[in-house]
Design a protein around this ligand. Structure first.
Ligand code: DC
Length: 224
């Protein structure tokens, strides 16, 4: 039996993870946060003191990496060489390293099959940057979820406060704009809206409104 695949792409801080997780819960699908998988590589590269832009040095690390996704009550947890790194991968310096390593074609190739395999075995809502364009080009539903960079910085700031790692607004905004630039300008699988993706802009929407809009898009396209 073939699975149903929902691809959600968009820039950092658009609320992809929170919304995709909520929608997956409502639909009974597996939620796959691919950013967390890239972050696990970013964390390893940071810990090893490797230059994240040096493709040769980064690729020499890949055979030493064992990355596992485990689900704990619907929550995706990331394991790096057997260690649970689910919290550590959210640190701001890991974001920076991850944006650099995720621009490397060899890193993207290394993770491609892992992501496709998850979607072969489960009905998934998968979020990332290139899910609708590269990882699951035949996904049943593709959504490009975005919001203004100012709205995204506000939300990220609240999230960092909740995680007890607060940062000033201007730093968060600058980090978001730098990552947007890097994610959209890289040669390998840049962030862009797939031609057949539905655009959902949540700048003016609260969480409940965004979730309802997302579920409506999915249901319209998957209900017979
Ligand atoms: O979604 P996130 O902020 O956790 O993603 C972290 C970084 O990983 C981000 O800079 C872009 C990169 N990424 C990617 O290149 N491709 C994906 N499918 C997911 C994330």
């Amino acid at each position: 039996m073939s699975t149903i695949r929902i691809a959600i792409d968009g820039p950092s801080g658009a609320g992809k993870s929170t919304l995709a997780k909520a929608a997956a819960g409502a639909l009974g699908y597996l939620y796959v946060d691919t950013g967390a998988i890239y972050r696990t590589i970013g964390l390893h590269i940071l810990k090893e003191g490797v230059d994240p832009e040096n493709e040769e040095a980064v690729s020499a690390q890949l055979p030493r990496l064992q990355i596992d996704l485990r689900y704990d009550g619907g929550q995706q947890r990331m394991f790096l060489n057997g260690e649970d790194v689910s919290e550590e991968i959210r640190l701001p310096e890991v974001s920076h390293y991850t944006s650099a390593v995720s621009a490397l074609p060899l890193v993207r190739k290394f993770l491609l099959e892992m992501q496709r395999e998850l979607a072969r075995k489960n009905n998934v809502i998968m979020d990332g940057r290139d899910i609708g364009t590269v990882v699951l080009p035949d996904a049943e539903v593709k959504i490009f979820l975005t919001a203004s960079s100012q709205a995204r910085a506000q939300r990220r700031m609240l999230e960092l406060e909740r995680r007890k790692t607060p940062q000033p607004y201007k730093d968060v905004l600058r980090e978001i704009e730098e990552r947007d630039f890097r994610d959209t300008h890289r040669d390998a699988a840049p962030l862009r809206q797939a031609e057949d993706a539905v655009l959902l802009d949540t700048t003016e929407l609260n969480f409940q409104e965004s979730k309802a809009a997302l579920l409506q898009i999915i249901r319209e396209r998957t209900d017979p």
